[in-house]
Design a protein around this ligand. Structure first.
Ligand code: HEM
Length: 153
């Protein structure tokens, strides 16, 4: 059984990696855009206004229909790659730096989800400046993740 799984993963490798990178692209599109929506939602909209509802709908659709399916796909195809024979050498550093980076990126995804719920409850207390600064977090994590997996140090 284990042999069958390993040989199937090895055969599927180009597909798994392609689907992994595609899911990463759609996830990152949402991770970079949602904080920008929060900046304008905070600075340009009052609770209960018509635009408040409009922003809530945009944030919900982005988070539920793009970001959540993407993060699940990134993890599924990423873990399939981890179990593909010969791909990850645990004697090197990159699997750990990348691992820390993707866990932190996933935590950031969840932080955005909690902020989205704050807006729904009309209870957001963070400023536009905070969301602008937090928008730099995925940039730094993406650099760590991509340099890790390409240079494989
Ligand atoms: C969420 C959990 C993730 C896991 C378990 C994971 C795991 C992996 C593994 C094992 C590979 C194969 C490396 C190879 O083919 O040599 C890979 C490739 C890749 N990953 Fe991830 N990854 C994850 C998330 C991410 C994220 C968030 C990004 C970008 C922000 C990313 C970017 C890439 C890229 C660009 C490649 C292709 C590297 C190449 O062409 O050699 N991954 N990933």
């Amino acid at each position: 059984m284990a042999d069958f799984l390993s040989s199937s993963l090895a055969y599927l490798y180009p597909w798994t990696k392609s689907l992994h990178i595609i899911a990463v692209l759609t996830w990152m599109a949402g991770i970079f855009y949602l904080p920008r929506l929060f900046v304008y939602h905070t600075e340009k909209v009052k609770v209960g206004q018509e635009t408040d509802e409009l922003f809530q709908v945009m944030e919900m659709k982005l988070y539920r229909y793009i970001m959540n399916p993407s993060v699940i796909a990134v993890w599924i195809f990423g873990l399939m790659l981890v179990f593909t024979p010969g791909i990850v050498d645990w004697g090197t550093i990159w699997p750990y730096t990348k691992g820390i980076g993707v866990i932190a990126m996933t935590a950031f995804h969840m932080w955005l989800g909690a902020r989205r719920k704050d807006f729904i409850a009309g209870a957001n207390t963070r400023t536009g400046r905070t969301f602008r600064m937090m928008n730099e977090v995925p940039t730094i994590l993406m650099l760590v993740i991509v340099f890790s997996v390409i240079f494989k140090f």
